[in-house]
Design a binder for this molecule. Structure first.
Ligand code: FMN
Length: 396
């Protein structure tokens, strides 16, 4: 959870920041919203209060109870973000002006700052705006480049407010430790599906959430991340190179293609252990009272990896068990030559498959056992990366 000063200025994209505030609320961020007078003409402070349930401040001179807002707020936040950042506010900040609550707070804030310029293409490409934004970058601001495309006034060009996911990614990256920078991380996630006939298949309950959170966390921490995913209902995390597969065989091929590139491999996918011996080319007709489905063992991707892995690679497996969690996980780690195994008990419906929460036990090659209690999968993902980091160094 981060303490965020969200400053809204008077651009047409101000309404998109309402969604940003709502996403921050869902993530559990603690947010204070600051608005310029022009911003209030686009979106009412009431909308922000209602959607985000966060305090909204608009008047720097509202010094009630002896609290000076801009000094108080600027010493509170972990990070300050101006979204959208108008050409006008960029110019003021770049020149050290402090004539409203946003510019006063910005000038007094010493932590990391993000600007999201968004405006008409001609305003954006005006050399004076470019110079102001470049001045901000040079003084340590992180500027999220606007996108090209359709603009509010019917024109096309650069100046569009970017996706809010990109802004959240930027916030997390700026606040993150950047400790996976330069590492190539390969993650698998989701279920595989094994066809019975052209319209039917066998799969499992994996939602892919754990693997996606790991991919997102590694990206935020500076890694290059490739995500090989079975069919799931999740967006590929911002900045992650996603590749979609269906069957275990397709997943194996995709992983082996990227194996030599990887420094760390995290196999969070729930790969089907068995598959129908033959996928029928025509739809199975409803004639017989009973049918038998003949199943054969599927490819074992971890075993394939263990045959060709390098010693300098760190390979993490997942074990979803409903019984004998410890025994089965330890056995899997040894037999598949893994450096670490993340075991989760999928017999509880409030954690594991499909849930936003997980509770795992991690077994390491050096016999270290670490338990991560019930928490959000994003939290568990960062913990897993922390443990990988410390063991990679220890085992290297
Ligand atoms: C309809 C309308 C839309 C505007 N959209 C933008 C915009 O997207 N980006 C921008 O930089 N300025 C935009 N402006 C200009 C700003 O609102 C204006 O420069 C204002 O003084 C900004 O004040 P502030 O920076 O204190 O919020 C717009 C103005 C109007 C009237």
């Amino acid at each position: 959870m981060s303490k965020i000063l969200l400053c809204v200025t008077g651009g047409v994209a101000a309404y998109k920041v309402v969604e940003l505030a709502s996403l921050m609320r869902k993530r559990g961020d603690d947010v204070r919203i600051l608005m310029t007078e022009s911003a209030i003409r686009f979106v009412s402070p009431l909308t922000f209060s209602a959607v985000g349930n966060f305090p909204v401040y608009t008047d720097a001179f509202d010094v009630s109870n002896g609290t000076i807002l801009h000094t108080n707020l600027s010493s509170w936040g972990d990070i300050l973000i101006v979204a959208p950042m108008t050409a006008n506010t960029a110019a003021k900040i770049a020149n050290g002006m402090a004539d409203n609550l946003v510019t006063m707070t910005t000038l007094a804030f010493t932590g990391p700052k993000i600007g999201v310029p968004s405006m008409n293409v001609r305003m954006y490409e005006n050399p004076i705006t470019a110079e102001n934004l470049s001045k901000l970058s040079k003084s340590g601001w992180h500027i999220v480049e606007p996108e090209s495309g359709h603009l509010a006034d019917g024109e096309r060009g650069r100046g569009r407010y970017p996706d809010n996911e990109k802004i959240l990614f930027e916030i997390d990256t700026v606040l993150g430790p950047n400790d996976f920078k330069g590492l190539n991380v390969l993650v698998s996630a989701g279920p595989t599906i094994e066809p019975i006939d052209p319209v039917r298949y066998i799969t499992n309950r994996s939602s892919g959430k754990m693997g996606y959170e790991i991919a997102r966390a590694a990206k935020i921490r500076g890694a290059n991340v490739a995500l090989i995913s079975g069919p799931v209902n999740l967006p590929v995390p911002y900045g992650v190179d996603g590749e979609f597969v269906q069957t275990a065989d397709e997943m194996k091929n995709a992983i082996l293609r990227r194996l030599s590139w990887s420094n760390i491999v995290i196999m969070a996918a729930a790969v089907a252990d068995y598959k129908p011996s033959k996928a029928l080319s025509q739809k199975l007709k409803k004639h017989a009272n009973e049918i038998n489905l003949h199943m054969v063992k599927n490819v074992d991707i971890l075993e394939e990896i263990s045959k060709i892995r390098r010693d300098d690679q760190f390979i993490v497996g997942f074990a979803a068990e409903t019984e004998n969690l410890m025994e089965n996980s330890r056995h899997k780690m040894k037999s598949k030559k893994l450096d670490m195994i993340v075991a989760n008990d999928v017999s509880h419906s409030d954690i594991g498959f499909g849930s936003d929460y997980n509770e795992v036990t991690i077994f390491c090659k050096d016999d270290n056992v670490i338990r991560i209690g019930r928490n959000k999968k994003s939290y568990v993902a960062h913990n897993i990366l922390d443990i990988i980091k410390s063991h990679r160094v220890k085992l290297a």
